[in-house]
Design a binder for this molecule. Structure first.
Ligand code: ZN
Length: 194
């Protein structure tokens, strides 16, 4: 179970780093959960900085926007190491769409936590073939807290953990939203997987 760390500087004489991974399929509310946690840290007047890979240009350049349109300002970065350079003296680091970074993100996140920062990430844990989406499995391993959120299967209405691609495109990264993917449960995902 995820336990929110004590918020507020005054109650934290000694800053302790922590890593949180929010994962799941598309349409599972990962970004909403990320934004919820970061907004609560902001209410506690902690300094929050949010990053996302610059590959994700579906919406506004400098905002993390979830499917239900809640939004929060973020900085697009080309490389995981850029986050180390840009995080400064912030207390909490949010990272959205973390699956689009390369494996360098693992050591970057560990370094941020070693500096006493709380790192909260959101990302896809499986690709459209149902295979683990690196580097998210490694981030799940080093995190203190892993939260798996679920979507609803668009075929049968059960809980969904898989992202089914409706088009025949084979690239691992295919940006684009509702028209290209459906959330599916295990049974409905594998029934139609080619
Ligand atoms: Zn289903």
């Amino acid at each position: 179970m995820f336990i929110e760390p004590s918020l507020g500087r005054k109650r934290q004489p000694e800053k302790r780093g922590q890593i949180e991974m929010i994962c799941g399929s598309m349409f599972s509310g990962k970004t909403e959960e990320l934004i919820r946690r970061l907004n609560r840290a902001k209410i506690a007047r902690l300094k929050v900085e949010i990053f996302k890979p610059s590959i994700d240009k579906r919406y506004h350049e400098d905002e993390v926007v979830s499917h239900n349109e809640s939004r929060i300002r973020s900085t697009p970065v080309d490389f995981a190491e850029d986050i180390l350079l840009l995080s400064g003296d912030s207390d909490v680091i949010g990272i959205d769409e973390v699956q689009f970074f390369d494996n360098q993100i693992v050591s970057v996140v560990n370094k941020l936590a070693a500096q006493g920062k709380r790192v909260v990430m959101a990302g896809l844990d499986m690709d459209f073939k149902g295979k683990p989406f690196e580097p998210v499995p490694q981030l799940m391993a080093i995190a203190e807290y892993v939260t798996k959120v679920h979507a609803i299967c668009m075929k049968c209405g059960d809980l969904a953990s898989f992202s089914f691609r409706l088009s025949k495109a084979e690239e691992k990264v295919l940006l684009g939203e509702k028209e290209s993917y459906e959330a599916r449960c295990r049974k409905c995902f594998y029934e139609d997987l080619q």
